[in-house]
Design a protein around this ligand. Structure first.
Ligand code: ADP
Ligand code: MG
Length: 241
């Protein structure tokens, strides 16, 4: 398997007046193509800072970040924006759908940004909607959908550009536990069947167990990095025969 993410001694230092806060304090890790990784840790441990760097929304103060062989830690803001559009998909706790825009228009948004809307792309939207159980909801508006359905739309939007990496920051934070399980099964399936690489932040062990590997942060450092202890067969995510 190919390395998709390589972090070498990454630091993110925030200066607040006289005080320096090391939100990331020398993080080194490698994530391979096709992995499903959960990032855990107490509030303030650096999870969001790490996700912002992985998602090319921010650059490290010090250290190296290579994404699919590109040393993105040296990239300018404009270059990072291009990488985000080409290589990354994002799913957030609060869905972030456009409310006056239909389901299908929300999903095709990244294609419009990257000027890639062709017949083939339109077919792909319908394919993805079917896969995510959203068939028949094309012309609905987000407020006509349940929370779980809205998050499925957000996931569809995140994968429409065929990203190298899907980043999800507390994607089940606004959902009840049954709907959370449902959304996690969707992510699990995308990882398992299509092989999408996923990095997910959660503070819930029940959610982290869907991942194959769990990285725990503490004070901006990696405290532990272990394979998930739950066998895939015990998770309701369907396994291929
Ligand atoms: N923009 C910022 N300016 C100053 N300090 C920040 C900023 N963002 C995060 N921090 C600090 O960095 C540390 C890690 O924050 P964060 O990555 O948000 O943690 P988590 O997501 O695990 O709760 C915290 O101490 C936080 O206060
Ligand atoms: Mg956070």
């Amino acid at each position: 398997m190919q390395d998709i993410i390589i972090l070498e001694e990454v630091y993110k230092i925030y200066t607040m007046g006289e005080v320096e806060v090391a939100a990331l304090n020398g993080v080194s890790l490698t994530i391979r193509k096709g992995e499903f990784v959960a990032i855990m840790g107490a509030s303030g441990s650096g999870k969001s800072t790490l996700m912002n760097i992985l998602g090319c929304l921010d650059s490290p103060t010090k250290g190296r970040y290579c994404l699919e062989g590109l040393e993105v830690s040296r990239f300018s803001k404009n270059e990072l924006a291009e990488i985000r559009n080409k290589k990354l998909g994002f799913v957030f706790q609060s869905f972030n759908l456009l409310s006056r825009t239909t389901v299908v228009e929300n999903i095709e948004l990244p294609l419009i940004y990257s000027k890639r809307i062709s017949k083939r792309e339109v077919d792909n939207i319908y394919q993805i909607m079917q896969t995510l159980g959203l068939g028949g909801f094309q012309t609905h508006y987000p407020n006509q959908l349940s929370g779980g359905q809205q998050q499925r739309v957000a996931i569809a939007r995140a994968i429409i550009n065929n990203p190298a990496l899907l980043l999800a920051d507390e994607p089940t934070g606004n959902l009840d536990s049954a709907t959370s399980a449902d959304v996690m099964n969707v992510l699990c399936d995308l990882n398992h069947k299509i092989g999408i690489t996923i990095v997910l932040v959660t503070h819930e062990t029940d959610i982290a167990r869907y991942a194959r590997r769990v990285i725990v942060l503490k004070d901006g450092k990696v405290l532990s990095d272990t394979p998930s202890t739950i066998p895939l067969s015990q998770i309701s995510c369907e396994t291929t025969p």
